[in-house]
Design a protein around this ligand. Structure first.
Ligand SMILES: *Cc1c(COP(=O)(O)O)cnc(C)c1O
Length: 231
């Protein structure tokens, strides 16, 4: 079941990549992040044995238990909001942190990474839809946070992340993904010599096909692979 779902999601991504190529949109190969939050280690094993190489977790505490229990080698991405008091643990586990949404958090990550001699790969989460309840750097702060990330010695900036609102009609996300792609290109053109702006993380189960059609190259899919989460 998980294996079948995983392969279907990959096929859907491949279809979306074909369509975007036909429209001249090129952002390179797409990486699928299997979002394993609220699913157990056995489900993670099944998905990894099917071919998944990247897993996404949204809570440090939950990830830690699985990180210690999982007998598979995999790349760990943190996709959920990170509190400053969890930064040390997060930096010890995660290969890429998608959810850096403030300069304060960025500095905390740099400090924690420095202590363990690591350079932490990060994305900056953008709050493009200006939803007050969502985390993410507002547009005015973005430039400052990006420049800061480029300057800090123990973080390496790789791109941007967006969590789109849950519109009733999923097509409503398309203009937002387009706007995000434009912003991504602007950031690629910024003077950020120490960074590699190569990842545009957007799209979840409901909207990943549209996100890939509009240029996402890192998509985060949970329900579409594992089925509904039990809370
Ligand atoms: C849970 C989560 C996802 C995956 O959501 P699904 O709808 O289950 O695919 C993606 N991104 C973030 C940030 C999440 O918290």
């Amino acid at each position: 079941m998980i294996g079948e779902n995983y392969r279907r999601v990959l096929a859907n991504i491949a279809g979306a990549v074909e369509r975007r190529k036909n429209r001249g949109i090129e952002t390179g190969p797409v990486t699928l992040v299997a979002v394993t939050k609220n699913h157990d280690v056995e489900a993670m094993r099944q998905c990894i044995d099917t071919g998944a190489s990247v897993v996404g977790e949204n809570r440090v505490q939950e990830a830690k238990g699985k990180f210690e229990a999982l007998d598979r080698s995999v790349i760990w991405h943190l996709i959920g909001h990170l509190q400053t008091n969890k930064v040390n643990q997060a930096v010890a586990m995660f290969d890429l942190i998608h959810s850096v949404d403030s300069e304060r958090l960025l500095l905390a990550i740099d400090n924690a990474a420095g202590k363990i001699g690591k350079v932490q790969d990060v994305l900056i989460q953008v709050n493009l839809a200006r939803e007050p309840q969502k985390y993410g750097a507002a547009e005015e702060e973005q430039t400052d946070v990006l420049k800061k990330a480029d300057h800090l010695p123990n973080v390496h900036l790789h791109g941007l992340m967006l969590i789109a609102p849950n519109y009733e009609n999923v097509e409503e996300t398309r203009p937002l993904f387009r706007k995000m792609k434009e912003l991504y290109q602007k950031v690629q053109d910024m003077d950020l010599p120490a960074s590699d702006i190569e990842y545009l993380s957007m799209g979840m189960t409901n909207d990943y096909v549209i996100a890939v059609e509009e240029g996402a190259n890192l998509v985060r899919v949970g329900t579409g692979i594992f089925g509904p989460r039990q809370y």
